[in-house]
Design a protein around this ligand. Structure first.
Ligand SMILES: C[C@H](O)[C@H](O)[C@H]1CNC2=NC(N)=NC(=O)C2=N1
Length: 86
């Protein structure tokens, strides 16, 4: 298990070696702009989130399929997302 103590708004998903955070925005377009920025970073990293968008909310779950658990790539992508909103 990776140390996620520095990721203040993320938590381990029950029953999975994965971490998640729910982001809430003013409206859909701000949520989608966030997702667009993350998508570009994910593609650059070749490391992609599992996420659900409902209107102004984006629920993100991060885990690494290749290693069946949370890896440093997940921590890096989580920090990137936090940097966009916090
Ligand atoms: C072949 C493999 O699917 C690719 O290297 C990338 C694509 N994006 C990925 N994203 C995530 N979350 N985990 C992976 O292991 C992963 N692998």
């Amino acid at each position: 298990m990776q140390d996620i103590s520095e990721l203040k708004n993320w938590q381990y998903v029950d029953g999975r070696d994965a971490i998640s955070r729910c982001f809430q925005f003013d409206d859909f377009m701000k949520a989608f702009a966030f997702m667009t920025q993350v998508a570009l970073k994910a593609e650059k990293m070749n490391h992609h989130p599992e996420w659900l968008n409902v209107y102004n909310r984006v629920e993100v779950t991060l885990t690494t399929h290749d290693t069946n658990g949370v890896s440093k790539k997940d921590i890096e992508l989580a920090k990137f997302m936090d940097g966009l909103v916090d």
